[in-house]
Write a protein that binds this ligand. Structure first.
Ligand SMILES: Nc1ncnc2c1ncn2[C@@H]1O[C@H](COP(=O)(O)OP(=O)(O)OP(=O)(O)O)[C@@H](O)[C@H]1O
Ligand SMILES: [Mg+2]
Ligand SMILES: [Zn+2]
Length: 462
């Protein structure tokens, strides 16, 4: 019998302590430590349970190992394949993480529909929804698959039994937080359970060579035990993000043992499920009106090696607080603070008596530093209450001395803005194209923020 003892585990980061602590020393969150009974699961019991790796592994010469490139297969969606690095790798373990209701089950079920039409045998373990619920969703998504088995089960050991009998090619666990192992006494969703279940599934995936997708929930404040503590165990972490109340969804890999993490996939959520967005250039500026308001700027950001035009908005208003507020959605907070500091010091804006709100329209997160110039101009125009012509786009990174630094893939960005009908683009001097002849597009190269500001405010006389 395994030895029982209790420990206190941070549900946010997995930190363990023998006694209760109000604040986690690892991640500094309050009240996240929860008591869990820890059964020191012995190696033999893991093997017994998994019936895997019972024999000792022998070393093999690297040259003797054959790896087949064709061991990849498509998910049925180009956008998804790209994020995976060219499709699913046979026998790999993939974590699909996202906020509740974002569309994780939909994405994976649609992919299962495609895979089963290609003759793959699939087991979809639904630990959260009943078989009926899944059927209703499948009908809405128009999935009529032959080889798709649904199992409504939450006990890991029972799932293993089924997997061993059925021997599927593709296994889905929806979701990791809802299943539990009998070996562990703490409740499902706790750090010990999630970690143990994931570990067992990893062994199963490698041993039986089953491609396994684990679905996991994350919340913005990260209070649920989850994906963070699983990242090192899985081969790839695919994050599904976007605004639940709007139709666009972005698929991004934050870890991938088989491909680049630079790629993103874009989807559109509708009544009949997720559709790929193949030409994403303008989706985020589609609703923009002709007469621009102060504080709105279009930037050409680069997401996953593809140019994406997004609108950045800023609102600068007189503060009623002792310390003015700075709120940022979609752009990293510290980056915005840095830009505000540069505006104050290099352009001479006095923003200390003003609240500043910055927002990326469309509910997406922009990591690209080329958005800096857009943020600066949005704040500046809102402060001065003047607007920039709506046919103007910008990109460029801002340095602390107020210089505009060059960005990657400038030509692609310029061409995208041209394609979408922009008439003027402000870019870093370092990115000045040598021989780009685009009729009707005025390319303004700037080396300092002050030049960018005066160029942006110059109205072209008709
Ligand atoms: N009839 C419908 N028409 C349009 N969109 C729908 C419809 N039904 C569901 N959706 C969309 O699907 C989303 C839910 O998808 P799904 O259940 O795949 O999400 P999930 O990430 O698996 O959620 P959960 O965290 O509950 O498991 C809803 O938020 C909504 O955007
Ligand atoms: Mg779901
Ligand atoms: Zn912690």
């Amino acid at each position: 019998m395994a030895k029982k003892k209790t420990k206190w585990v941070c549900q946010n980061c997995g930190y363990e302590s023998p006694a209760y602590l109000g604040k986690c020393p690892e991640c500094s969150k309050w009240g996240t430590l929860i008591e869990e009974t820890d059964e020191t699961v012995s190696a033999s019991s893991i093997k017994k349970q998994n019936k895997v790796a019972t024999s000792k592994s022998e070393p093999t010469l690297l040259n003797d190992i054959t790896a087949d490139k064709s061991e990849r297969f498509s998910s049925g969606y180009e956008e998804f394949d790209r994020v995976l690095g060219g499709g699913f790798v046979k026998g790999s373990l993939i974590l699909t993480a996202g906020e509740p209701g974002i569309g994780k089950s939909t994405l994976i079920l649609q992919s299962c529909g495609y895979l089963s039409s290609k003759g793959k045998k699939i087991l979809y373990v639904s630990a959260e929804e009943s078989e009926k619920q899944l059927k209703i969703r499948a009908e809405r998504l128009n999935i009529h698959a032959d080889n798709l088995f649904i199992l409504s089960e939450t006990c890991l050991e029972n799932i293993f039994e089924t997997v061993k009998d059925l021997k599927p090619d593709f296994l889905v666990i929806d979701s990791i937080q809802a299943i539990y192992s009998q070996e562990i006494t703490s409740s499902s969703g706790s750090v010990s359970q999630v970690r143990e279940c994931c570990y067992s599934l990893m062994n199963l995936a490698k041993y039986m060579n089953i491609t396994t997708v684990i679905i996991g929930h994350v919340t913005k404040d990260g209070t649920i035990a989850g994906p963070k503590i699983l990242e090192h165990m899985v081969d790839a972490v695919i994050c599904f993000e976007g605004d639940r109340y709007r139709e666009y969804r972005i698929l991004r890999s934050t870890k991938n043992r088989f491909g680049s993490t630079n790629e993103v996939g874009l989807f559109n959520m509708g009544e009949h499920g997720l559709k790929e967005v193949k030409n994403p250039g303008e989706i985020f500026i589609a609703e923009r009106s002709e007469d621009t308001a102060p504080g709105s700027i279009i930037v050409v950001a680069n997401e996953g090696n593809r140019p994406l035009l997004v609108e950045i908005q800023a609102l600068v208003s007189q503060t009623f607080y002792p310390a003015p507020r700075r709120v940022s959605t979609g752009i990293e907070y510290n980056r915005v603070l840095k830009i505000i500091a540069v505006l104050e010091k290099r352009i001479g804006l006095n923003l200390s008596k003003h609240d500043i709100y910055v927002n990326v329209v469309g509910g997406i997160d922009i990591d690209d530093s080329a958005a800096d110039l857009g943020v600066a101009l949005a704040i500046m125009t809102s402060f001065r209450d003047i607007s920039v012509d709506h046919k103007t786009a910008v990109f460029g990174e801002i340095g602390l001395t107020g210089e505009i630094r060059s960005c990657t893939q400038a030509e692609i960005r310029i061409k995208e803005a041209y394609k979408l009908g922009f008439e003027k683009i402000i870019i870093p001097k370092g990115n000045a194209p040598s021989n780009l002849n685009l009729k009707n597009l005025k390319i303004v190269c700037v080396s300092r923020l002050i030049e960018a500001v005066s160029s942006a405010l110059q109205q072209e006389k008709p």
